[in-house]
Design a binder for this molecule. Structure first.
Ligand code: ZN
Length: 462
């Protein structure tokens, strides 16, 4: 798909499936509708469960942050100042302190961390919240992908030692991979960002990204090693066993739920519409009674109810389509919504005590005795094959190149592996072709000057 076709398809998906409505009168702030909220809540529940099992406590911090708090860490405020929404008035009165709508919560939380952390017994401190954040994006906004208000989960920590902070980063990588590759069946690349592209105030940033059908990468989550940058300015210290005061080591991280939803839509979708991973699909199976004109359908309807009951008792989110539309129209409608399984039941199936099940992801159709109908296994087969298919699509769009000409050609098609010598002059043409996602320690000839360099990955990004 080229850029225009993809954009047209994406907006049609959002619209036809009532995912978001972009007609709300504040630009860059769409309305999330039923299907979006169902999927986001499933992601949220799953993620929060894993975080809390890992020792994170849920919190809720106010949406506003005073200007002096937000400005405390120099790099941090520099990175966000052009994107902050400010509350300046309360009623008719000008506020004494301007209040920012949180663009992220490091500063507001760490002000409290300095009160919460006293001794080594208060550590580790791990908290998380699922909230919306506000950033006045100046780049072209796109629903779910780049909005001025977006939903995410943010995790924040404080540790006694650097080693514990680094271990936490590894644990979060595993948790995010379970969310993205496990629950959502989306292949993900984990890249440490170049120094100039890290989170403002961090030592370094690790980004999780996937590839969209138009060849651009989409960053869906980040993890930051904050070192002691924030603990210094917010004076977050603990007393160790010997009574000495030390600064804590910190990390922060978050996936964006809107971007993850966009990735689910785009990575799995096809020309017929959405293809939903079973665990997050609002409807997991739809039953279509196959009725014939001039034939009494009572027995079929009873049979369909029996199937529905059986699936509901297995915990399947099931619907029956009783509408009087033509079967073809019904198939089209449910396929468009990405419902993982369609179950057809007609007079012959009833006679044989069978049902026909049709997979949305492959179109595979088979007849199964009703007594043996157990969808858990089928759903895990669907998940596995969705993962494999998506991974294959991503791998097909990885390019290893030597020259700048090849780099420029492939940067719009997928992820390019090339080399860069580290010189400013050589980064210019690379930057024009795409964004450097990561720089590795592996040796690789520079694509521009041919000199000794390191391996880099480059792509066009959202
Ligand atoms: Zn060079």
């Amino acid at each position: 798909m080229n850029e225009d076709e993809f954009s047209e398809w994406y907006h049609r998906m959002l619209d036809e499936n009532k995912i978001v409505d972009i007609r709300y009168s504040v630009k860059g702030m769409p309305v999330y509708r039923g299907m979006a909220m169902f999927i986001i809540r499933e992601m949220q529940r799953y993620l929060e469960g894993m975080l809390e099992e890992n020792g994170h406590e849920p919190v809720y911090f106010p949406v506003v942050i005073p200007e002096d708090t937000l400005s405390k860490e120099g790099e941090h405020i520099k990175g966000f100042e052009d994107q902050v929404y400010w509350v300046t008035h309360a009623g008719q009165n000008l506020l004494e302190r301007k209040l920012a709508l949180r663009p992220t919560s490091e500063t507001s939380m760490y002000e409290l961390f300095s009160l919460w952390v006293r001794t080594h017994n208060d550590l580790p401190l791990k908290i998380h919240e699922s909230v919306s954040v506000y950033r006045y994006e100046t780049k072209h906004t796109r629903p779910l992908i780049r909005s001025r208000e977006f939903l995410w989960n943010e995790g924040h920590t404080a540790f006694a030692t650097k080693e514990e902070a680094l271990k936490n980063i590894e644990e979060i990588k595993v948790i995010y991979k379970k969310l993205i590759e496990g629950l959502l069946c989306i292949p993900v690349m984990v890249n440490q960002r170049p120094d100039w592209d890290k989170f403002p105030g961090a030592e370094y940033t690790i980004a999780f990204e996937t590839l969209m059908p138009d060849g651009k990468t989409l960053q869906v989550a980040t993890v930051h090693n904050l070192g002691q940058h924030f603990s210094k300015v917010f004076n977050i210290t603990y007393e160790n066993e010997k009574g000495e005061k030390n600064l804590v080591w910190q990390t922060s991280y978050g996936p964006g739920f809107g971007r993850l939803l966009a990735a689910v839509i785009c990575v799995h979708g096809d020309e017929k519409g959405l293809v939903m991973p079973p665990k997050i699909s609002p409807t997991q199976a739809v039953i279509i009674p196959v009725l014939f004109k001039n034939v009494d359908g009572t027995a079929i309807i009873d049979y369909v109810k029996k199937i529905e009951e059986k699936l509901a008792s297995q915990g399947v989110r099931v619907k029956v389509d009783y509408s009087d539309e033509h079967p073809g129209a019904k198939y089209y409608k449910w396929e468009r919504q990405g419902v993982p399984l369609r179950i057809e039941a007609g007079p012959r199936d009833l006679k044989e005590g069978k049902v026909v099940i049709v997979r949305r992801d492959t179109g595979e159709k088979k007849s199964v005795p009703l007594a043996e109908l157990d969808l858990a296994k089928t759903f895990s087969e669907i998940e596995e094959s969705m993962r494999t298919k998506a991974k294959k699509k991503l791998d097909e769009r990885k390019f290893k190149v030597k020259t700048m000409q090849e780099l420029a050609k492939h940067a719009g098609e997928g992820i390019v592996e090339a080399g860069w010598c580290g010189e400013k002059d050589c980064v210019k043409p690379i930057d024009e072709a795409g964004t450097i996602l990561s720089i590795s320690n592996e040796e690789h000839e520079c694509a521009v000057c041919g000199g000794r360099g390191k391996k880099i990955t480059v792509a066009k990004t959202y």
